[in-house]
Design a protein around this ligand. Structure first.
Ligand code: FE2
Ligand code: FE2
Length: 277
């Protein structure tokens, strides 16, 4: 199974932190199409637009309509739920109107959370959204389907103040749900931090790609600052089989600058390996 995980595309008419988010997402989509058009699913984990404006969702809808790729969309703190749903009326919601849904793909259940609270930058997973998540994980366990869990906000403190003050508020509650479904959830995918991250929470591994729009630089001294500059945008590619999950960081802007050298000798050549080696 191959998943493409894109995040924080921040579509906007004007530059965002000095970057043209439309041009960056266009380049990202083209690269995914060229290199990973065979992915089983492509996910954009929120911050679809920078200001949640109608014209930005219209622009995104136009870009996706012109692409053969059909990414699954999620909301982030920069999004506006009602405006998103107006432009993407096919978007699935739960019984409370949150853009939360599941998809069964290649023997896994992908679960998509909505951690948006309109006009707030921190993430929310209040009692109703927690109940929805617990119910979906119970169902997956019953159906014997491993879960790949997607959300926008970081559910862990990452050590970078500028991001941590706007992370998921209900970290303890989320961790408790994960703890009781550790055998069901194989991996947590999130965005929001604009940094390439990996680690684990309650023994469940997680990963996050940078932003395509304005990738961030981790700042560990406790300054309330967000670093931008010559940092490569990225998306992630996850290769998943029954026992392993491998997550690659794809710095797609570098693709045409890579120099390839053919492998010769060693295991790449016709070398006879002695028995027992
Ligand atoms: Fe973002
Ligand atoms: Fe965000």
């Amino acid at each position: 199974m191959k998943l493409v995980h894109i995040s924080d595309i921040h579509i906007n008419a004007d530059p965002v932190a000095g970057s043209d988010s439309v041009a960056e997402f266009t380049a990202c989509l083209a690269h995914v199409e060229k290199r990973h058009g065979n992915a089983d699913a492509i996910i954009i984990s929120g911050d679809l637009t920078h200001h949640g404006q109608r014209h930005s969702y219209v622009k995104l809808a136009e870009m996706l309509a012109a692409s053969p790729l059909k990414p699954l969309l999620m909301l982030g703190n920069h999004d506006h739920r009602d405006t998103f749903r107006e432009i993407f009326p096919q978007a699935e919601t739960d019984e409370n109107g949150y853009v939360q849904y599941v998809r069964d793909i290649a023997g896994h259940r992908l679960v998509f959370l909505d951690t948006n609270l309109v006009a707030n930058h921190s993430g929310r997973l209040g009692p109703r959204r927690q109940a929805w998540l617990s119910a979906r994980l119970d169902e997956a366990a019953r159906d014997k389907l491993p879960v790949l869990l997607f959300m926008h906000h970081n559910p862990v403190t990452i050590g970078v103040l500028a991001t941590d003050i706007i992370g998921l508020v209900q970290k303890k509650e989320f961790a408790a749900i994960l703890r009781s479904h550790r055998d069901t959830v194989r991996h947590v995918f999130f965005g929001h931090c604009h940094m390439s991250l990996s680690g684990s929470i309650e023994g469940v591994p997680f990963s996050a790609p940078r932003s395509t729009s304005h990738p961030g630089w981790p700042e560990f001294e406790g300054r309330l600052a967000y670093g931008h500059g010559p940092i490569e945008p990225s998306y992630n590619v996850a290769l998943i089989d029954k026992t392993t999950v491998v997550v690659h960081t794809i710095d797609y802007r570098l693709d045409d600058r890579i120099e390839w050298e053919p492998l010769t000798g060693g295991d790449a050549g016709a070398v006879t390996v002695p028995p027992g080696m």
